[in-house]
Each structure stands twice: as C-alpha cells, then as structure tokens.
Design a protein around this ligand. Structure first.
Ligand SMILES: Cc1cc2nc3c(=O)[nH]c(=O)nc-3n(C[C@H](O)[C@H](O)[C@H](O)COP(=O)(O)O)c2cc1C
Length: 179
C-alpha cells in the first residue's frame, strides 16, 4: 500500500484538492489530507473525510493519543504558502504540516512542493532563498512561469483551477519509481 500525504496551506488554491485525491486513488494509493490551521478554512473537510476515509488533521495529537493516519510513503505540499515554505526551510515545526515536512524530509521521503502566492510576496528575498535551499536539499519544487500562475496582489481569486495537482502526482510517482 502506498500512502500519500497531501499537505494543504492557507490559500484559495487548495479548493480543488479533491482532484489530486481522485487521481491518486485511481492508481491505487491511499490518500490522507492534512491541513495547516489556516489551510483548513479553504477546503471542504467533510467531503475530504468522505473521499479519503481518514480524518483531516490540522493540529498535533495530544500526548498519549494514538496516530490516526497510516505512515506516509510520500508527500505533496500544495498550495505551499510563503509562510510555510520559509518556516520549513528554517526547520520550524510549529504546525502539524511543518512537523510532517521536517520529519518527512529527515526520513528521506520524496516530497513535492507547489508554492502558490502573488508576485509581491514571491519577490520577498527570504522566500526566494527558502526555495533555493529546499531545491538544493532535494525537494522537488513546481514553480515559475508556465507552471504556476503569476498574479498581482488581490488578483488570485478564480485561479484555483490552474493548480497543477496532476503534475505534482506525476513528480512524486517518478521519485517512488526510482526507489
Ligand atoms: C483569502 C486569503 C488568501 C491567501 N492566499 C495566500 C496565497 O495564495 N499564498 C500565500 O502564501 N499566502 C496566502 N494567504 C496568507 C496565508 O494564509 C497566511 O500567511 C497564513 O499565515 C499561512 O499559514 P500556513 O502557512 O500555516 O497555512 C492568504 C490569506 C487569505 C486570508
């Protein structure tokens, strides 16, 4: 059984994550969706529980509680906010999503990140450097013109259909095929 963790951050580009769940299930994978606390606002949680058969977790479990999800074989973080990308590259693990990313990387899991933000936030040097660092460390990043829409602040609504969910799945499959 291949288990894919889909990690969602706080952006409207998360809206159509069900497309990725469907595509991964069609190739026989088990899918668990985990969101940041802000990401939870942008997805239909009951629909994802129904579609995946697993709880949609957004916070760390309490001490002593059992794990609700099977361990991951691979992860896709999409949409990956500026906030989460910068914190991940700095080793900060103060959300469940970040904890999974930091730990997942350390375990050597294949991780594909799909950053999504407006052109002003994307120009912030810490974000540019964080992407460079993550790339250097072996994270696959889907980003740039022709891959992710470039949009001005306030112009991001209505672009969710352009999130390359299927391309992210293809990238993560390449990694697993190589193993
Ligand atoms: C309506 C709305 C849309 C947003 N869209 C984005 C976005 O596309 N990319 C981004 O980096 N941040 C976006 N943000 C800001 C993030 O949600 C915010 O930085 C948040 O702290 C991210 O937390 P997370 O990384 O834990 O999900 C948006 C905020 C709101 C309220």
């Amino acid at each position: 059984m291949t288990v894919l963790y889909v990690l969602i951050c706080g952006s409207p580009a998360a809206q159509q994550v069900g497309r990725l769940v469907t595509a991964a299930q069609e190739i026989g994978w088990t899918v668990c969706v985990i969101t940041t606390p802000d990401g939870r606002k942008f997805v239909d949680v009951p629909a994802l529980i129904e579609q995946t058969g697993y709880a949609v977790r957004s916070t760390f479990k309490n001490p002593g509680e059992p794990d609700l999800l099977p361990p991951a074989d691979a992860m896709i973080v999409a949409p990956a906010t500026v906030n989460t990308i910068c914190k991940w590259a700095a080793g900060i693990a103060d959300t469940l999503v970040l904890g999974l990313l930091v730990e997942g990387f350390g375990k050597g899991l294949p991780i594909v990140a799909v950053p999504w933000t407006n052109s002003a936030m994307a120009a912030f040097p810490a974000f540019v450097e964080a992407l460079d660092r993550l790339r250097r460390w072996g994270v696959t990043i889907l980003w740039g013109e022709g891959v992710i829409p470039q949009f001005a602040p306030g112009q991001g609504e209505g672009l969710a259909a352009a999130m390359p969910w299927e391309a992210a799945l293809i990238e993560v499959r390449k990694h697993l095929d190589e193993e």
